[in-house]
Design a binder for this molecule. Structure first.
Ligand code: ADP
Ligand code: MG
Length: 251
């Protein structure tokens, strides 16, 4: 599903977090949002999901303003995994993932819901921990379970806020690759990510934010330039290519 964001402004009490963001997100693509801490990445994702109500501006999904949709309609369309895995659930992994089915059920889970959960557990390769207590998992396992919960929702759009923050290198690559593969099957993914090299390697399009504004949008080569990075992060970098992928090296 295509997302069109027009003139989005958001303010926390005194902080202007989004200052007029206009952006088009392509369907069935992985879009990475990068930018320093506090540049507005999380706020932007929350406005797309309508967890936060923007002061000004509109988000269109498939041409429809999300203002006109109910929370359950939005939940059927958009899956969201928040930034930190601080959440605790006194439940098994299976039950946490099953919670993702909520938007689809009337009052009781059915066969289809359980089948979907099993499918998603397999997809994320976490069937073996299905009966474990969520609270006892490692950060990386919890992250995967929360992604599974979002996918159990069968969303057409997936918003991930720094999904790789607590993961070791192998799991960072695994999660990004998984999301990339899902976009090949039609999912539209927006991932806020700190690591510019992960963004470069996996994203079809990179959105670079600075101070509540979009600073640059495009493919890795266009966005991740030494000039842009110096303007946004205030550091000097060198760009190198390894196996055709762009890498940013701070110098
Ligand atoms: P990012 O995800 O890029 O680090 P955020 O969207 O979290 O940025 O934050 C954007 C700005 O809004 C920052 O200046 C941040 O301090 C401020 N901010 C974020 N959340 C809150 C909040 N709950 N209350 C007040 N200010 C906030
Ligand atoms: Mg954030």
């Amino acid at each position: 599903m295509k997302i069109r964001i027009k003139g989005l402004e958001f303010e926390y009490r005194s902080v202007k977090a989004l200052k007029g963001v206009t952006l088009e997100i392509e369907e069935s693509k992985l879009t990475a949002i990068v930018g320093p801490n506090g540049s507005g990445k999380s706020t932007l994702l929350k406005c797309i999901n309508r967890i936060l109500k923007p002061r000004k501006g509109i988000v269109y999904v498939d041409g429809k303003s999300i203002e006109d949709l109910s929370h359950s309609e939005i939940a059927k369309m958009i899956g969201y995994v928040p930034q930190s895995v601080q959440q605790t659930f006194p439940a098994t992994v299976f039950d946490v993932v099953l919670m993702g089915r909520r938007p689809h059920i009337s009052w009781i889970y059915g066969k289809r819901d359980f089948e979907r959960v099993v499918k998603v557990l397999k997809l994320l390769n976490i069937e073996d921990i299905a009966m474990r207590d969520f609270n006892e998992l490692s950060g990386g396992q919890k992250q995967k379970v929360l992604i599974a919960r979002a996918l159990a929702q069968e969303p057409e759009i997936l918003l991930l806020d720094e999904p790789t923050a607590n993961l070791d290198l192998r799991h960072q690559l695994e999660v990004m690759k998984l999301v990339k593969d899902l976009t090949r099957n039609g999912l539209t993914a927006i991932v806020a990510v700190h690591d510019l090299n992960l963004a470069s390697r996996f994203a079809d399009k990179i959105v670079m934010m600075k101070d509540g504004n979009i600073f640059a949008v495009g493919e890795a080569e266009e966005v991740l330039t030494p000039n842009n990075i110096e303007s946004v992060y205030g550091i000097k970098v060198k760009i190198i290519y390894v196996d055709g992928y762009l890498y940013v090296i701070p110098i």
